[in-house]
Design a protein around this ligand. Structure first.
Ligand SMILES: [Zn+2]
Length: 80
């Protein structure tokens, strides 16, 4: 999916935006998407997880589920 850097149609800030699933004519930034009241009825939210904000390539999939969980937790820590 292509990511555009343009004005979010919901908050008006310049941010990474994606086409909104609920309103295809609008572009939504991750912050508005994640706080959207319609997420519970949205079939496929444009933005799913906050760590998707980072365009860095994902590391190779870990074989251990525990390692994968620790990796996820470390990503969440970085967001604070
Ligand atoms: Zn926004």
């Amino acid at each position: 999916m292509t990511i555009y850097w343009e004005r979010c149609d919901f908050c008006g800030q310049h941010n990474a935006t994606r086409e909104c699933t609920m309103f295809p004519e609008l572009y939504v930034c991750p912050h508005c998407c994640l706080s959207c009241m319609k997420r519970n009825v949205c079939p496929n939210p444009a933005w799913k997880f906050s760590f998707e904000l980072k365009p860095a390539p994902r590391p190779a999939r870990k074989t251990s589920g525990k390692e994968a969980l620790l990796d996820l937790l470390s990503k969440l820590e970085e967001k604070k």
